[in-house]
Design a protein around this ligand. Structure first.
Ligand code: HMG
Ligand code: MG
Length: 303
């Protein structure tokens, strides 16, 4: 079975970092991820740079990237302004984002859940006409940093509404990394009744170390798309305390060792994660990355 990975490192991964990568550094990072063979890569976000300074320059970045047909370049779009910017940069894969918690939505995008849909409705007809692929994120599906527990019924309602809006894929976000496998099993069973496995992705942050266990549970219930980030980078400035996304290297290692195919080369993935680790000047949380780098220092090339 082939599992689809959405590599979110250049967007979710970098959006919470205290230092911003330069345009050139982002291009090299993305180029290495393309070399790794990713079919789907989130390169940035067309959002207010005053709120997310790390995503400033997404327009120039998107314009400067060489389009490689096997890799879809995705970008976050919150409103019509973002949609127009994405289109002017030649982006054909966009992600809209809302949440299952009103407070998180207000803090993150300055509007209610209902308000976020009103914004999406301003550009969805154009997106359909222009054959743009649209992913719909639902954040805080397992817990909210402001409201605590989230009712799974709200997640199902928001998901249904996104599907009605016409998104091609839904990504269910554990924004603050609180989900456990029992919750994941119960929720994904319900979600798969609303949409098939070709349209449902799980997006885990690994704040409490449960992300791989949650992926395994997702796999067992039939999910075939998972989001992850190079080096285990990630977080959201409006989700205090949230740590990085599940590391792509750890995810690839587990899936490949289980005999599942992803189409992503783990060696090049490590190169990409190692590069971004150097740029940021700190040790990244990916376990596989650190094990691979540790082995490299003990076994120089040729040994
Ligand atoms: P707003 O304040 O409601 O919008 O922002 P506004 O229309 O009142 O405009 C305010 C200012 O923003 C104006 O600039 C606009 O031009 C500008 P000013 O006149 O003050 O200089 N503006 C924009 N600039 C660039 N691009 C745009 C844009 N729209 C307005 N598209 C908005 C609404 C959503 C834009 C704002 O709240 C924002 O940018 N929020 C950031 C949201 C974000 O990127 N969060 C992180 C990503 S979500 C996430 O991480 C979760 C996820 O990973 C899944 C998970 O883990 O759960 C996806
Ligand atoms: Mg996220």
């Amino acid at each position: 079975m082939k599992i689809k990975i959405m590599e979110v490192g250049p967007r979710d991964g970098l959006q919470n970092e205290p230092t911003s990568l330069s345009l050139e550094q982002k291009k090299i990072f993305i180029d290495l991820l393309v070399k790794a063979g990713h079919s789907d890569l989130e390169i940035g976000a067309f959002v207010n740079p005053q709120k997310i300074p790390q995503m400033a320059g997404t327009l120039d970045l998107a314009r400067s990237l060489t389009r490689s047909p096997p890799t879809n370049f995705w970008a976050l779009v919150p409103n019509d302004r973002g949609y127009q910017d994405a289109r002017s940069a030649g982006i054909k894969h966009i992600a809209v984002f809302t949440a299952a918690s009103e407070t998180f939505n207000q803090k993150n995008i300055n509007t209610s859940i209902d308000g976020s849909f009103k914004r999406f409705e301003t550009f969805m007809p154009a997106a359909k006409k222009e054959k743009i692929r649209v992913r719909g994120y639902v954040s805080t599906c397992f817990g909210c940093p402001y409201e605590g527990k989230v009712n799974p019924k709200t997640v199902l309602k928001v998901t249904e509404r996104l599907l009605k809006l016409g998104v091609n894929e839904i990504s269910i976000g554990d924004t603050i990394g609180v989900a456990n496998p029992a919750q994941v099993r119960a929720l994904t069973k319900q979600l798969l009744k609303l949409t098939g496995p070709k349209k449902l992705a799980l997006h885990f942050h690994d704040t409490r170390g449960t992300a791989l266990a949650n992926v395994l549970t997702g796999l067992e219930t039939g999910v075939q798309i998972f989001d992850s980030s190079a080096g285990g980078l990630g977080g959201c400035p409006y989700a205090p305390g949230a740590a990085g996304n599940l590391a792509t290297e750890d995810l690839l290692y587990m899936l490949h060792e289980m005999g599942l195919k992803t189409g992503v080369n783990l060696g090049w993935q490590v190169e990409a994660a190692q590069y971004v680790q150097k740029c940021l000047g700190r040790i990244l949380p990916s376990r596989y990355l650190q094990a691979a780098l540790g082995q490299q220092s003990h076994c120089p090339p040729g040994n």
